[in-house]
Design a protein around this ligand. Structure first.
Ligand SMILES: Nc1ncnc2c1ncn2[C@@H]1O[C@H](COP(=O)(O)OP(=O)(O)OP(=O)(O)O)[C@@H](O)[C@H]1O
Ligand SMILES: [Mg+2]
Length: 156
């Protein structure tokens, strides 16, 4: 059983990546969907009880937020994997503009989250940590190519 923690500002591609890589195997836990911390906690506990792997599809930009999730996972005997979506605010805003009006988030919110971003480090307790970059492809649909690389140490 593993808990996959996504870290990245709004529009960095987290939910897209979930659909690409994890939809068939991991339950998606999103605060936007569940609305409250209590319901989120409840679903996490259900996953732990059933040895069901899940991903946390929130921005998770603050180290303290991550520490709380990591502590719960470790207590439940769960592996912890991190994916850091390294979009610049400019890239995230451009992608946000392509969203439908309903999905679009306010630009000041993206910038605020970027200011709060504390880069994840292996020393926080990740068994594995990856960096994800989406590169735009020259197509009218605005498709992206994704590259994932493993972060081997906290030195860089
Ligand atoms: N690889 C891709 N190819 C094409 N479009 C993409 C790709 N990745 C993301 N997008 C588009 O970019 C937009 C933002 O991506 P996504 O919704 O995954 O961001 P997010 O990190 O989940 O943001 P939020 O934190 O606001 O939920 C979406 O409208 C999505 O359709
Ligand atoms: Mg999302």
């Amino acid at each position: 059983m593993e808990m996959v923690l996504f870290i990245g500002i709004q529009g960095s591609g987290k939910s897209w990546f979930y659909k690409e890589r994890f939809q068939g195997t991991h339950v998606r836990i999103s605060r936007d969907v569940l609305r409250t911390a209590a319901r989120e906690r409840d679903l996490m506990q259900t996953c732990f009880r059933n040895a069901q792997s899940f991903i946390l599809d929130n921005t998770n930009v603050k180290r303290q937020q991550r520490a709380e999730y990591i502590e719960l996972a470790k207590t439940a005997g769960c592996r912890v994997i991190g994916y850091f979506f390294e979009a610049t605010p400019r890239e995230a805003i451009a992608r946000n503009q392509r969203r439908s009006a309903k999905e679009r988030v306010p630009i000041p919110g993206i910038l605020r989250t970027y200011k709060q971003l504390q880069k994840p480090a292996l020393s926080e307790g990740f068994e594995e940590l990856y960096s994800v970059r989406l590169r735009p492809l020259p197509s009218p649909e605005g498709d992206c190519a994704v590259s994932v690389s493993r972060i081997e140490s906290d030195d860089a």
